[in-house]
Design a protein around this ligand. Structure first.
Ligand code: GLN
Length: 307
């Protein structure tokens, strides 16, 4: 197998193209601590199955992982409770914004999928019940898989999100009214905001995502997920990972991917490699403009895709 360094020239070409692109979207401003990010920042990394990693631009610069963390909490919870999780959260695209409330009442407090905020709150709640410290469990997993012991929460981002967290609080309380949240909602929200605040680089996140390209096998060779569960998470990333733009993302990029409002996107080429791209300018659906464009170029130039 060729090493990820083979991708270095492709990444350099993509970075040059991004550099020439004028329109880059706007950083998320509903979380004030994220609003100040420079939308011209850009980084991209590719990690091989064996942990070789290469990158361009700001690929070693930590940024706010936000909803990228939803992939890892889903994996950690699914590994523990298996299919029982699916009684509490669905697996269908929502076709609605990531923080939408509207479907929850029609669907009796069961969120459409684990990657919209409502679904992620359910997963974090269940992981917290099982571990006593969902965000700590997540952080420790990310540190181990990335090989970076310095990864940590960003208390400023967590506090900023908590101070402007009415929408997530509403989602939590509403689902609690249907009996779909176990922990006290303030405890759940604290866990969720800490989870979202984790700062990590493209290199860290590409490395930490490798278990999904390795069919469920962690960096140390132990198994986190069954082969089938890894396939299931990749499928949900493809269909739900970029919210109401998932169809367009599948069309353009053709890989399982997950975005976050910090401007990051992780993507998986099963059996081959993982990617993470970061640029803070978002489109109106909350996906990084330059990030989607860069992944689109990557799969076009390399021919790598699940299709
Ligand atoms: N922390 C953010 C929120 O809950 C995560 C959203 C996202 O990245 N799409 O609103």
């Amino acid at each position: 197998m060729t090493s990820s360094t083979t991708f270095q020239p492709v990444l350099e070409r993509i970075a040059e193209e991004v550099e020439r692109t004028p329109r880059r979207g706007r950083p998320a401003d509903y979380i004030p601590a994220l609003a100040a990010c420079d939308p011209r920042r850009f980084g991209m990394a590719v990690a091989d199955l064996d942990g070789t990693v290469c990158g361009v631009g700001d690929w070693r610069q930590p940024f706010s992982a936000q909803s990228l963390t939803k992939v890892f909490t889903l994996a950690l919870d699914l590994a523990r409770e298996g299919d029982a999780l699916w009684e509490h959260v669905g697996r269908e695209p929502s076709g609605n914004p990531f923080n939408s409330l509207v479907q929850l009442e029609y669907e009796n407090g069961i969120p459409r999928n684990p990657f919209i905020n409502a679904g992620a709150l359910v997963v974090t709640d269940r992981l917290h019940t099982r571990t006593g410290d969902a965000s700590g469990e997540l952080l420790s997993f990310l540190r181990t898989e990335s090989g970076n012991p310095d990864l940590s929460f960003d208390p400023e981002v967590a506090a900023s999100e908590s101070a402007h967290g009415d929408r997530n609080a509403a989602l939590g309380h509403f689902m609690a009214s249907y009996g779909n949240i176990d922990n006290p909602v303030p405890t759940l929200l604290e866990q969720y905001f800490r989870q979202c605040s984790i700062a990590a680089s493209c290199a860290d996140l590409a490395l930490a995502t490798r278990f999904l390209a390795r069919h469920g096998i962690r960096a140390d060779g132990t198994r986190l997920l069954t082969r089938s569960q890894a396939k299931q998470i990749n499928a949900i990333m493809l269909t739900c990972g970029t919210y109401d733009a998932a169809g367009d993302f599948a069309y353009r990029v053709g890989l399982p991917g997950k975005s976050g409002v910090g401007g990051g996107i992780i993507a998986v080429v099963p059996g081959r490699c993982t990617l993470c791209v970061w640029s803070p300018g978002l489109d109106e659906r909350g996906n990084s403009v330059a990030g989607v464009a860069a992944l689109d170029r990557f799969t076009t130039l390399t021919g790598l895709s699940v299709f």
